[in-house]
Design a protein around this ligand. Structure first.
Ligand SMILES: [Zn+2]
Length: 675
């Protein structure tokens, strides 16, 4: 097992630029044109063999590595490095036929068929063994090839299969529960089985949480989410063991899909040398598209404690898997690529190099479109970006400093989304506005797991931190006591790790720190708002939720207007020890939330990087005594940007940037700051 948190000896040869390369879909004469065009586009790295299992092992135990040998040597001869996949992402038809029990089963008990991709049960022994065997063969054969830069393990785990209800999963779940609880008494206690007569007398009575008449036991469901995360993680670890067992020493990663919340990415990051993301913001969101991926990039960087991550996949323009797939207008691909670099990526890569002529993703865009490279708007933009990235190697391995942390855990998301709550909650939809408020104000923020070290942060923001253990609460108490500032939202500190609700008023373990108690709430209907006014007289809308607060030492900062909540507290502040704890019992409208968080940051000596409209993104990367300021205009209008006294040289155009500038639509500046 690798647990490689600091492979300090490995340094990337430069910022990496390229994409998934699927030469097995093309005749070998096309490969020669590919490497020539790759060089023209500035490509220095490709991800290879991700879906090549059927070509590499056409029959059980019969391997054909000849074509892969030739393409790896060809890429090497042209100076192109390789992320070599273990090729295990999609088992070939013979595999599913030979091991029908390896196919996953849905919530209605129906077994899936092959014919698409990712058709494996996370607990299938035959899949686990087959994948590890192929990963080992790949590592044995190519582990010492000088072109192989890293191992790309599997692909987009849990993109389609994040749960399975087969008998094998049921039996494995029972074993997992026995290991977790030891006794049935402990399990019965944790699951609260005295409700609805669910008390278990034997392990064999425990079923998977599907096909129930109404709400499933929520503690059982939370354990099932943990179990599935652990099952899929075991597949990843099995491939890692096979790669290391074969003696391959290159760093390795697996690519996460943007928006997939079924895997605990903080836990997974412990086993990968790099975190890696496939990023597909919807271009039809226009000027807001970038905000939907900023959070995912911040998770990637934060999960590895600030180490640069890999942007492994994005689209040059369209995808093919939404109902309506709009293109990226000229300039948008470039700004979204710079966004990844700004938030800590050391690579910019695409799915895929050459657009497929057949198969389910033939309408997904690529670096080389169906019409060819000549005269192509897409290839021209790809080549321009490739040329720019070559000049930015100073960014390599620099860090994105942040003094604000947003408390977030995947377990909390799983717990929030289990039904039978006061309202159905889409966790990301509810949490992201708090992150948006910071990033649209050009305030750098890390995503901090509540078990992580809080030192280094001056402000911690806890949106909908429903699940909060006694230990996590104790560490937050000490954070505030010793001078930190905590901003906690509604529906936080409600349940422990078993999904048991704490008694005596919410937020259970932090009432004293916050100086208040919540004993009722009103979830708002879609489109319904409440109104509140702060002590400065500013009026704003309250969205999603209204907590009914009782103050016990906290100071009133804003109160509701109208209805039965008229005059009741909406936002409060409490001095506790040397620090402050704010409570925001609703979601203020976006502009108010942004101003509130900016004000709290400024009071803590944390300042915005820029003065600009919310659609202008800013980020800082720091290293070797240098500071690099990214300024990205995601808007389709020219923007006036105030650098707030900063100045320096733009690395892209080599021009001097003063303390104000006019930034054209989709304009980017990358300023090496002068002190
Ligand atoms: Zn299964």
């Amino acid at each position: 097992m690798t647990q490689n948190d600091d492979p300090a000896e490995f340094i990337l040869p430069g910022l990496l630029y390229g994409g998934d390369y699927n030469p097995d879909q093309w005749a070998e004469e096309v490969w020669l044109e590919d490497v020539r065009l790759m060089q023209a586009a500035g490509v220095n790295c490709v991800s290879l063999a991700i879906f090549s299992w059927a070509k590499l092992e056409p029959q059980p135990g019969q391997y054909d590595f000849g074509w892969l040998d030739r393409v790896i040597d060809l890429l090497h001869a042209h100076g192109i490095r390789i992320f070599l996949a273990t090729a295990t992402a999609s088992p070939p038809p013979w595999f599913s036929r030979q091991y029908p029990e390896s196919l996953p089963v849905d919530g209605n008990g129906l077994r899936y068929k092959q014919g698409s991709r990712q058709h494996y049960c996370p607990n299938s022994e035959s899949y686990r063994e087959g994948a590890a065997r192929l990963a080992g063969r790949m590592a044995q054969r190519y582990g010492s090839h000088p072109a192989v830069l890293m191992w790309h393990v599997n692909n987009e785990y849990a993109c389609h299969v994040y749960e399975c209800y087969c008998d094998r999963c049921r039996d494995t779940f029972r074993g997992w529960l026995q290991a977790r609880y030891t006794t049935l008494d402990a399990l019965n206690d944790a699951w609260g089985t005295d409700f609805w007569s669910q008390r278990y007398g034997q392990w064999a009575e425990i079923a998977l949480p599907n096909r129930t008449l109404t709400f499933v036991n929520p503690s059982q469901m939370l354990d099932y989410r943990r179990f599935m995360n652990a099952s899929i993680l075991a597949l990843f670890r099995g491939e890692i063991e096979a790669i290391r067992g074969a003696g391959a020493v290159q760093p390795l990663f697996t690519n996460m899909v943007y928006g997939i919340r079924w895997l605990d990415q903080f836990e997974w990051a412990r086993y990968a040398d790099y975190t890696a993301l496939d990023s597909y913001p919807d271009p039809s969101l226009g000027e807001q598209a970038w905000q939907t991926v900023a959070f995912a990039y911040d998770v990637m960087r934060s999960a590895k404690r600030g180490k640069p991550f890999l942007l492994l996949e994005q689209a040059t323009t369209q995808v093919n898997w939404r109902t309506i797939n709009q293109l990226k207008p000229p300039g948008m691909m470039r700004t979204l690529s710079y966004q990844a670099l700004a938030r800590g990526a050391d690579s910019v890569m695409f799915f895929q190099w050459r657009q497929s002529k057949a198969g389910a993703e033939k309408f997904h865009s690529a670096m080389v479109p169906h019409g060819g490279a000549d005269g192509s708007r897409i290839f021209a933009e790809v080549s321009q970006l490739g040329a720019e990235i070559k000049r930015l190697s100073a960014l390599l391995d620099t860090r994105v400093p942040a003094e604000v942390g947003l408390l977030y855990s995947f377990e909390n998301v799983w717990a929030l989304e289990i039904d039978s709550k006061p309202a159905h909650i889409e966790a990301q939809e509810a949490i992201l506005p708090w992150h948006d408020a910071l990033v649209t104000a050009s305030l750098p923020v890390d995503i901090v797991h509540p078990d992580m070290d809080f030192s280094g942060y001056r402000v911690l923001i806890a949106p909908l931190l429903y699940q909060l253990t006694a230990d996590q609460a104790d560490r937050l108490r000490r954070f505030v006591q010793s001078g930190g500032t905590l901003v906690m939202s509604y529906f936080s500190g409600i349940a422990d790790e078993r999904d048991h609700l704490c008694q005596g008023g919410y937020p259970a373990f932090l009432r004293e720190v916050l100086g208040l108690r919540v004993d009722e709430w009103q979830p708002l209907l879609p489109g319904q708002t409440a109104r509140f006014q702060d002590c400065g007289g500013r009026l704003a809308d309250a969205l999603h939720w209204v907590d009914l607060l009782h103050l016990d030492g906290a100071e009133l900062l804003a109160h509701y207007q109208g209805g039965f909540i008229d005059g009741r507290p909406a936002i409060t502040r409490h001095r506790f020890g040397a620090g402050h704890a704010f409570y925001v019992g609703t979601r203020p409208e976006a502009a108010y939330l942004r101003d509130l968080l900016v004000g709290i940051c400024v009071d803590n000596g944390i300042h915005r990087l820029l003065g600009a409209a919310p659609g202008v993104e800013a980020s800082l990367r720091v290293g070797d005594g240098e500071r690099y300021l990214f300024i990205i205009n995601h808007l389709q209008t020219t923007q006036s940007v105030d650098l707030l006294g900063k100045r320096g040289i733009d690395l892209i155009t080599q021009t001097q940037i003063g303390d104000r500038l006019l930034l054209e639509p989709y304009g980017v500046r990358l300023v090496r700051l002068q002190f």
